[in-house]
Design a protein. Structure first.
Length: 296
């Protein structure tokens, strides 16, 4: 990944602001689809980890026959990095914000993105109000939610969230952009938790309450969902992968918006307070082996 202040001319160019777990996945799918991609990541260590992840996943994709050699080169070597959204090129087709689920932080970053005048500004929030975030941009007609799922390179859906002022043209273009990466889209209104976060979180919180109440072990609760209901992964292991701190943030937000059924169980609050955040900390509902930062 080169540290540069511009992207080369390309039919379609986009940027991702935030090089964490979701950001690196979104970078991957757009780079693999042939887009010119810039990523905003101020932290050098995280940027190096992201580069290693992109290279490792691209090589694995090539081994499975999912990527061609030119795609591997684009993902591994073609992504540009800048340190601030203020350094993004003007007039990109799409910029996706993927910073942590903190309203003030997202508002600040969206304002910086807006100054670069992209065609579409999208937030990858999984719970915050699109209309509330839209107040950070000058023209909310060009703003919407594009909610990707982790791991982005494997899960084939993007949830498009249309705000009150999102234009028909923006929604159609966002759908086209998402589908250019091979994703399937659904469109939902700007209601707390949208569709997928509400469904996912309510199952995860109930699994945590069952564990807290001694109903069954974490292994058996997850096994029940995988075997009886054919889920690819159990709710507790998935929560570890997502991050228990992220789960807690979303639960607190939806509790305010939707009521006590989304109240975080004391077990979740206690684990986060102890620093047991799941895969990224090495311990959550399950023990996770030490892994290189690039693989997280």
């Amino acid at each position: 990944m080169s540290d540069t202040r511009s992207v080369e001319s390309a039919p379609r160019a986009m940027a991702v602001v935030g090089g964490g777990t979701m950001g690196v996945g979104i970078v991957y799918v757009y780079a693999a689809a042939g887009w010119s991609v810039t990523v905003v990541e101020p932290d050098d260590a995280r940027a190096r980890a992201m580069q290693l992840t992109l290279s490792d996943v691209a090589k694995a994709g090539a081994t499975r026959g999912k990527l061609t050699p030119p795609q591997v080169a684009q993902v591994s070597q073609g992504v540009q990095r800048v340190s601030s959204a203020n350094e993004l090129p003007q007039g990109l087709d799409l910029v996706v914000e993927t910073v942590p689920e903190r309203l003030a932080l997202k508002q600040q970053v969206l304002g910086q993105i807006d100054a670069r005048q992209p065609r579409i500004i999208a937030t990858n929030t999984s719970a915050l109000s699109i209309d509330q975030l839209a107040a950070s941009v000058r023209d909310p007609a060009n703003f919407l939610g594009m909610h990707f799922f982790n791991p982005v390179w494997s899960l084939p859906m993007v949830e498009l969230i249309r705000g009150q002022h999102t234009s028909v043209q923006t929604l159609a273009l966002a759908r086209e952009f998402a589908e250019s990466t091979g994703k399937t889209t659904i469109t939902v209104g700007d209601v707390p938790g949208f569709a997928t976060s509400r469904l996912d979180l309510i199952a995860s919180l109930e699994a945590m309450r069952m564990l807290q109440d001694g109903v069954a072990s974490a292994e058996d609760i997850d096994r029940a969902m995988v075997i009886a209901y054919r889920h690819p992964i159990g709710p507790l292991r998935l929560s570890d992968i997502v991050g228990l701190d992220v789960r807690l943030d979303i639960a607190r937000h939806l509790r305010v918006a939707l009521g006590e059924r989304y109240a975080p169980p004391p077990l979740l609050e206690q684990m986060v307070a102890r620093g047991e955040l799941g895969q990224k900390s090495g311990k959550g509902f399950f023990d996770w082996p030490a892994i290189p930062p690039a693989s997280r």
